[in-house]
Design a binder for this molecule. Sequence first.
Ligand code: PMP
Length: 419
Amino acid sequence: MRSWLKFARKFNPSSARGVAKPEIVTNRQIFLQHIGQTSEAPISLEISRAEGCKLYDVDGKEYIDLIGGISVCNTGHGNPKVIGAIEQQLHQYLHVMVNGELVLSPQTRYARLLTEHLPGSLNSVFFTASGTEATEGAMKLSKRFTGRTQIAAFNRSYHGSTQGSLSVMGSEYWRNAYRPLLPDILHLEYNSFESLEAITEKTACVIAEPIQAEAGVKVPGSSWMRALRDRCTQTGTLLVLDEIQTGFGRTGTLWAFEQFSIVPDILLLGKALGGGMPLGAFIADREIMQVLSHHPVLGHINTFGGHPVCCAAGAASLEFLLEERVVETVMGKQQKFLEGIDTRSVRDLRGRGLMMALELEDFPTNKKVIDALLADGVFTDWFLFAPECLRIVPPLTITEDEIAQACQIINRNLKKVLG
Ligand code: PMP
């Protein structure tokens, strides 16, 4: 008997006797058995539908979404303009050839739209398939352009989970298990003037988030951000700003770097870039970007970067943000949350725009609140480097009524858990 058949019969003895045993298998069981797990206790909520700022589970229960796919769904779930663009592109073509060889109008249209809304020096867009690939590409580009090897990043920063991005991640807890990682990495203290002295003529690039998201929404001082920019300019180091989470209006301006009056040499985008579809990008001046095209040729390549459907969705999503003037509503909506949440029993409520963190005493307390909120119809979670903080990062299209409803549910459950 062929070995796989023997194995199958051993695994499922009923098939050996030719008797089909009816089994009731739920999607949750399949999820736990056949999907690679990333934690020992996944949320395991089965979503059947999402619309606007609401999620619906298979039992028809409604949840206000305060995660927004972790800053992905800025224009709301099922945005008709985005869906329309996807449908239209589906009928033209899906994948045709590895990225970078053919002229694909969804890519050119989106690159043009993006660069029209960026400073003049950010004029060349390299599309990737994810955020972490954008980080990887920017690190390679910086090394090639400067001829240097050292890369600096900041404690409690997150730039992705592949090994290069992991090397610059700002937490030894997550890095350590995967050593050896990239050599010649400096980890500096965020928002510290002293730490900037470590950036020298040996440093190829510094990678920073303009506002640290997974640190529990940490906004640096404007003067520090400008000092970082100056130090990079003085030492010939490229400044890479990771706006994968802060981009597309999340913090009240289209790009967070505008708030600090600086311009990066390389900009990283992802998450909301694809309007709900997988897409990333690193963007630089053509003069910098062109080094990837020779010695060696194909300096960074991928199969799916800039996928036509993802670019069509992303462009429609950005057009929606601009046409509907969504970004202009963000600070007012933050204010509604600040006024609506009863902060008497919490440590802090902070953030910029619709990227907010509600700080509780510790992770166990936060987890109790998160679980209670889920049971009561609000979907939220915690931050990677700030597990004591509850995430408030809804689609930017959230309405004032939905904010009021979310605040009411949050207050009710804070009271229930904290007393
Ligand atoms: N940078 C930041 C700031 C992020 O928040 C993330 C994702 N959480 C990434 C990079 C990595 O993006 P991706 O998960 O698409 O690889």
